[in-house]
Design a binder for this molecule. Sequence first.
Ligand code: HEM
Length: 87
Amino acid sequence: MAVCIPALALHHEYDPQIWGEDVHIFKPERFADGVPNATKNCAAAFMPFGMGPRSCVGLNYAFTEIKIALSMILQQYSFTLSPTHTH
Ligand code: HEM
């Protein structure tokens, strides 16, 4: 028997109790304090690589590739502190 988890539906089954009232908004900064905080410690609310013994074996490879791609993109830009930035 095959069990299929529709990842897209899972992450779009909007649950304001977990994600907040702004659940429909694309808001990457909701992960700024880590996944556990963003998901109110609900491990099953966000599982892009699945979970359990059959979770994605390519997870670490995928993360490495993502970091390489991001660093290659960022090398094309230069960054300076905003003059209005205060600590
Ligand atoms: C952003 C990239 C990737 C995402 C989001 C992703 C996501 C997933 C998900 C959701 C599953 C199903 C887990 C489950 O059934 O609970 C899975 C399984 C799997 N993934 Fe990935 N994956 C990614 C990249 C990769 C890469 C780069 C490889 C190999 C080089 C890979 C190899 C596999 C394999 C072999 C399985 C089956 C594991 C099993 O059934 O035991 N994945 N992946």
